[in-house]
Design a protein around this ligand. Structure first.
Ligand code: PGA
Length: 288
């Protein structure tokens, strides 16, 4: 393997750790939740465009950026993206991981491998993995435990389908997804979890949830967290929104009380739009 790439990845990892310590300190001092914004590139980009997108995002974020900014490229581009963001405040995340440690799992990628190439975050329970690929609640719970137990931070996605919402079951579905995923996660590990409320009907459809609906879902998520843990923990966990976020819709979503940022798909593939969303999250979340 290319030694320069590996050392760049490790530098990225150190940056991520330093950012993590700073972010906890900032939260403690101000008693506020630090905004989080993630770019989920899904199965998009190629080697060259992944590098240039990562470079542009790294260049657009200053040293004292007041939000956690994380990019989630496809597996093959983790190392080149680690190199491109090294020395910037942008952290590296993966879109998935195995629930197993290692061994005979053809095609799978372990938590240790992700850490080895400089990833500090991973997405767990994305609706495309739940509904298109068919991951079970049990597998999602295993993946979350594996991520946190291996020192990765996780974005746990929850959200209802259109049919579930129309049947008035949205809140029950979200609460059940949280109960199942968090059953084996203790309170201390929740420092390393961001919850993403991603209504399935809003993902990739161009339909952003109404701010009031997003606000209601976020309140439900916090009350489910309070029931599982306690009110203090529930008010400290970051809960972000995902689903057709674009600069034009972000302002009203980020202004909602309890929305701490976003997980962005389509708009994260354009540096200009993603950076506008990062700025909106920093400004909007701080003001809400
Ligand atoms: P979208 O995707 O912004 O393209 O709707 C969001 C996500 O899937 O995380």
């Amino acid at each position: 393997m290319n030694a320069d790439l590996i050392s760049a990845a490790l530098r990225g990892c150190d940056m991520a750790r330093a950012g993590r310590i700073r972010s906890r300190a900032a939260r403690t001092i101000r008693g506020m939740r630090r905004p989080f914004i993630g770019g989920n590139w899904k199965m998009n980009t190629d080697h060259a465009s992944a590098r240039s997108l990562a470079h542009a995002i790294a260049e657009g974020t200053g040293a004292d950026w007041a939000a956690d900014v994380v990019v989630f490229p496809p597996f093959p581009y983790l190392l080149p993206v680690a190199e491109a963001i090294a020395g910037s405040p942008v952290a590296l995340g993966a879109q998935d991981l195995s629930g197993e440690v290692n061994g005979a799992r053809t095609g799978e990628v372990s938590a240790e491998m992700l850490r080895d190439v400089g990833a500090s975050w991973v997405i767990v329970g994305h609706s495309e993995r739940r509904h298109t690929i068919g991951e079970s609640e049990a597998l999602i719970a295993d993946k979350l435990s594996m991520a946190l137990g291996s020192g990765l931070r996780a974005v746990l996605c929850v959200g209802e389908t259109r049919a579930e919402r129309d049947a008035g079951k949205a809140h029950d579905i979200i609460a059940a997804q949280l109960r199942s995923a968090l059953a084996a996660i203790d309170a201390a590990a929740m420092d390393d979890v961001v919850i993403a409320y991603e209504p399935v009907w809003a993902i990739g459809t161009g339909i952003t949830a109404q701010p009031a609906d997003a606000g209601e879902a976020h309140r439900e998520i916090r009350s489910a967290l309070a029931a599982r843990y306690d009110a203090r923990l529930a008010s400290g966990v970051r809960v972000v929104y995902g689903g057709s976020l674009v600069p034009a819709t972000a302002k009203s979503i980020f202004a909602v009380d309890g929305v701490d940022g976003g997980l962005v798909g389509g708009a994260s593939l354009k540096a200009h739009d993603f950076l506008a969303l990062c700025t909106a999250a920093t400004v909007g979340v701080a003001a809400s």
